[in-house]
Design a protein around this ligand. Structure first.
Ligand code: SAM
Ligand code: SF4
Length: 330
């Protein structure tokens, strides 16, 4: 198979594949899902062997890292088995997971044994009321137990992701930072993006990374930018000189499209070249007909080649994708 790699029309090389394994979730975060939701029938979701096949083909095209996401990926039965299969794919250097953490206490040891390298846990508030206001279901205690379990089974770096929404999440900024400093978790704040199922997003609700950083510097102390941050990473990372790290992912106020190296596979087998893509490439249909790997490779290439220069959230021409975050995979 060719080694030219997945390079798009703007010279961006794609080495990261984000795979959603389900659209189901045990929370109903306001910024992601609707309260009432109709999930995809099981037979429309890719089976593990289908996901592994796409991963093998993508690895042959230069993909090196995989992130499993959803919906809530820990709701997918035997997820550790999928991790095991993906870790074994030649060329894949790292398999990571993004989870809401509710089922992590039960699964952390199996995931670690299966070879999962990295863990991102999403947590927006450390108070039960704050958690439920955003997640619209209880679960804070289980997330905290999950974090503890993840630590105890030896995950080296555990990241916490928190979404920043003006008028809602400001009171959680400092407690989250203090908690992560105390426990050695790496905290990242993510700007609210127009991917909520209820389409309530408006630009005024975006609490920018710069504003969150201002709150942290005022309340805790000056932040120093990390030297040599990986240019492929979207986050701006900082540390306090007396310990603790914090990062900011600012897709709205500081888009990182020029460095994007990601391609996405939805749980129902559609390839997307951007979170905000309005077009999808069907691989499930190919996987379920008798095509060879070269045909699947051609579709992955086609998807990457069609990538736009930027998502343009902050421009008048911006068009919201039809699918919300839980249906794409964040
Ligand atoms: N359920 C898992 C979780 O919550 O971590 C994985 C899927 S979730 C869609 C992945 C990430 O996307 C989470 O960190 C979540 O906070 C983030 N997210 C969801 N909707 C978002 C939005 N509209 N803007 C910014 N981040 C969002
Ligand atoms: Fe579920 Fe994650 Fe979406 Fe929250 S952000 S509703 S936990 S998929």
């Amino acid at each position: 198979m060719t080694t030219a790699g997945l390079v798009d029309g703007f010279g961006r090389r794609h080495t990261d594949l984000r795979i959603s394994v389900t659209d189901r979730c045990n929370l109903r975060c306001t910024y992601c899902m609707p309260l009432e939701v109709q999930f995809k029938p099981r037979e429309e979701l890719l089976r593990f062997e289908e996901i592994a096949r796409v991963t093998r083909v993508a690895a042959g095209l230069g993909v090196r890292t995989i992130r499993l996401t959803g919906g809530e990926p820990l709701l997918r039965r035997d997820l550790a088995e999928l991790v095991r299969q993906l870790v074994a794919v030649p060329g894949i250097e790292e398999v990571a997971l993004t989870t809401n953490g509710l089922l992590l206490a039960e699964q952390a040891a199996d995931l670690r044994d299966a070879g999962l390298a990295r863990l991102n846990v999403s947590l927006d508030s450390l108070t039960a009321a704050g958690f439920e206001r955003l997640a619209r279901r209880p679960g804070l205690d289980r997330v905290l137990a999950g974090l503890e379990a993840a630590r105890s089974v030896g995950f080296p770096t555990i990241r916490l992701n928190a979404v920043s929404i003006r008028g809602l999440t400001e009171p959680d900024v400092v407690p989250l930072a203090r908690f992560c400093r105390r426990h050695g978790f790496h905290l990242r704040f993510i700007e609210f993006m127009p991917l909520d199922a209820e389409a309530a997003w408006d630009r005024g609700q975006v609490l920018s990374g710069a504003e969150v950083r201002g709150i942290l510097e005022r309340e805790i102390g000056p932040l120093v930018a990390d030297a040599g941050t990986d240019p492929g990473q979207p986050a701006l990372d900082y540390h306090w000189s007396d310990g603790g790290r914090v990062g900011f992912i600012n897709p709205v106020t500081r888009p990182f499209c020029d460095r994007c190296d990601r391609v996405r596979l939805t749980a129902d087998g559609q390839l997307r070249n951007c979170l905000f893509s309005t077009v999808e490439w069907d691989v499930r249909g190919l996987l379920r007909s008798a095509v060879d790997d070269a045909r699947i490779a051609a579709v992955i290439r086609e998807c990457v080649a069609a990538k736009r220069a930027a998502h343009g959230i902050d421009t008048p021409a911006f068009e919201r994708p039809e699918r919300a975050m839980y249906q794409i995979g964040g």
